[in-house]
Write a protein that binds this ligand. Structure first.
Ligand SMILES: *Cc1c(COP(=O)(O)O)cnc(C)c1O
Length: 440
C-alpha cells in the first residue's frame, strides 16, 4: 500500500511557492516546519493541508513579536502596551541617534569626555529648579540606587500606609532590604503621624522616606504626615528626606480632572532632599527613572558602583531631551501624547467614534493607569461591538500585523477611542471591516 507520506511535497518545492512573498530563508524554514508537522498528523491518521499551514508559519516567522500596536483599551498608560507613547519630536530624536554615532559623552568645547547626563540636566534645572539631576533605567532602579547609596547599613523610616507593591514584583520593603538598608516601619495602615517618625528617627537613620501610593487608596479615617513635617524633622535631625512620587507630573493636571497628583516641583519646593519618579508615566517620555535634588546627594548616587549598571542609553536620553524641550519651549498638552489623551474631552472622543462609524457609540469610562491615580476615571466614549463571541473578535484584532487591543464588557467588545490617535482611526475601520466579514 502506498504511504500517504509520499503525497507530501518536497521541502524545496513547497518553499519555492512561498519565497517570492517571504524570502528564501523564511520560506525554507516554514516549509520544513509545515512538512514535519504534516508527517506527524499523517502518522496519527489525520488529514493535512500543507500549503496553507506553510503560509501561516511563514507569516508568523516573518513578523517580529515586538511590534507597534493600537491601544483602544482606554487606559492611557497601559503597562502591557508600553506605557507612554513618545511625542513626534522625541520619536525623531531617537531615529536620529539610533542609526548613527552621537554626542553622548563628549564635550563639544574641548573634544574630551563629557557626561551623558548633561543633555537633560540643564532642562530639568530650568523646569523644576532642582540643583542636580540623575537619570537611570526606570523608577525601580532610582529607588534602589537612592537607598543603596544614601542609606545602606542604616534604617529607612517609612509609614505602614506606604509599604507599596507596584506590580511585577516591585515591593518597597523588599527593595529596601535588597539595597542593604533596614526598613523601620512606623504608624498603622490608615494613620501615621509625624510623632511616629520622630520617635523612630535616631542615630542610625539613613532616610525618611515618603512613597506615593500609586495603585491603591486608603480612604476613611486616615492621616499621613505632610511633606513639610517630614522636612522639618529631617532638618532637625540631619537626615535626608526622600520622596518617591511615582508618576512624575511636571505640570498641574487638575484642569483635566486629575486632582491631587503631586508635581515634581511641589515636592522639591516642599523641601524634599531627593525626589524620584518614572519617565514614562505622566511625564510622557521614555522608560527611565529620574532623580532630582541636592547636588551633594545626587553626586553620591552618581559615584556609586551600581550607577554603571543602571545608566540610560542614548536612545532614552534622546527621547527624554526632546520631551523636556516640549515642556520648556513647546505646548506639552498638544504635543505630548500622554497629556493629549488625558486632556481629550468626552465630546471629542464621541466624534471620533462617529468617524469610525461601525458598531454602536456608547458612553464609557477611561483610566489613566500605569500605577497612577487609582480609582480615578475620565468620561469617554467607545465603539461597542455586539457579536456572537466578543472574545473571538478581540483575539482576531490582537493577531493582526498591527494588533488592536480593546476591552470586553458585558459580552461586548469596546474600543475606547480616548487612547487612539486620529491617524489610527482609519486602521481600526479597515481592521473591523475585514475581521467582522471573516467572522460571520
Ligand atoms: C511606578 C512606580 C515605581 C516603579 O517605576 P518603574 O518606572 O515602573 O520602575 C516605583 N514607585 C512608585 C511610587 C511608582 O508609582
Amino acid at each position: 500500500m502506498d504511504s500517504p507520506l509520499r503525497a507530501l511535497p518536497s521541502v524545496e518545492k513547497l518553499a519555492e511557492s512561498l519565497s517570492v512573498e517571504f524570502g528564501k530563508a523564511v520560506a525554507l524554514a516554514a516549509a520544513r516546519e509545515a512538512i514535519a508537522e504534516a508527517r506527524e498528523h499523517l502518522k496519527a491518521g489525520e488529514s493535512v493541508e500543507v500549503a496553507g499551514r506553510a503560509e501561516e508559519i511563514a507569516r508568523a516567522l516573518s513578523q517580529p513579536t515586538l511590534r507597534r500596536a493600537i491601544n483602544a483599551t482606554g487606559v492611557v498608560l497601559h503597562t502591557n502596551l508600553g506605557r507612554a507613547t513618545l511625542a513626534k519630536s522625541a520619536e525623531e530624536a531617537v531615529m536620529q541617534v539610533a542609526g548613527g554615532h552621537a554626542t553622548l559623552e563628549t564635550d563639544e568645547e574641548s573634544g574630551g569626555r563629557g557626561s551623558r547626563q548633561s543633555h537633560v540636566r540643564g532642562l530639568f534645572q530650568k523646569l523644576t529648579g532642582a540643583e542636580d539631576v540623575l537619570v537611570v533605567n526606570n523608577n525601580a532602579a532610582a529607588t534602589f540606587l537612592a537607598i543603596a547609596a544614601l542609606s545602606s547599613g542604616r534604617e529607612v523610616v517609612l509609614s505602614r500606609g506606604q509599604l507599596v507593591e507596584i506590580g511585577g514584583h516591585f515591593r518597597l520593603p523588599e527593595v529596601i532590604e535588597e539595597a542593604g538598608a533596614r526598613l523601620k516601619e512606623v504608624g498603622t495602615t490608615n494613620r501615621t503621624r509625624i510623632s511616629d517618625f520622630a520617635r523612630a528617627a535616631g542615630e542610625n537613620t539613613g532616610m525618611l522616606l515618603r512613597c506615593h501610593p500609586s495603585n491603591y487608596k486608603i480612604i476613611g479615617f486616615t492621616e499621613q504626615p505632610t511633606l513639610g513635617e517630614l522636612v522639618a524633622l529631617g532638618r532637625e535631625r540631619n537626615i535626608p528626606v526622600g520622596d518617591d512620587i511615582g508618576s512624575g507630573a511636571l505640570i498641574d493636571l487638575s484642569p483635566f480632572g486629575l486632582q491631587g497628583e503631586p508635581t515634581v516641583k511641589e515636592s522639591l519646593d516642599g523641601g524634599a532632599d531627593i525626589v524620584w519618579f518614572s519617565g514614562d508615566k505622566l511625564l510622557g517620555g521614555p522608560q527611565c527613572g529620574i532623580l532630582l535634588g541636592k547636588s551633594e546627594l545626587i553626586q553620591t548616587l552618581a559615584r556609586h558602583p551600581l550607577m554603571r549598571a543602571l545608566r540610560p542609553d542614548k536612545l532614552t536620553l534622546a527621547a527624554l531631551e526632546a520631551t523636556l524641550r516640549i515642556y520648556l519651549y513647546g505646548d506639552p498638552v498638544k504635543e505630548i501624547p500622554t497629556l493629549r489623551k488625558i486632556a481629550r474631552t468626552a465630546e471629542e472622543i464621541r466624534a471620533a467614534c462617529e468617524r469610525v462609524g461601525l458598531g454602536e457609540v456608547v458612553a464609557t469610562l477611561s483610566e489613566v493607569g500605569g500605577g497612577s491615580l487609582p480609582g480615578l476615571t475620565l468620561p469617554s466614549f467607545a465603539v461597542s461591538l455586539e457579536v456572537p463571541s466578543a472574545a473571538n473578535l478581540a483575539r482576531a484584532l490582537r493577531q493582526r500585523p498591527e494588533p488592536i487591543f480593546g476591552r470586553i464588557e458585558r459580552g461586548r467588545l469596546l474600543l475606547d477611542l480616548r487612547t487612539v490617535e486620529t491617524g489610527e482611526e482609519q486602521k481600526i475601520q479597515v481592521a473591523l471591516t475585514e475581521t467582522l466579514s471573516k467572522l460571520v
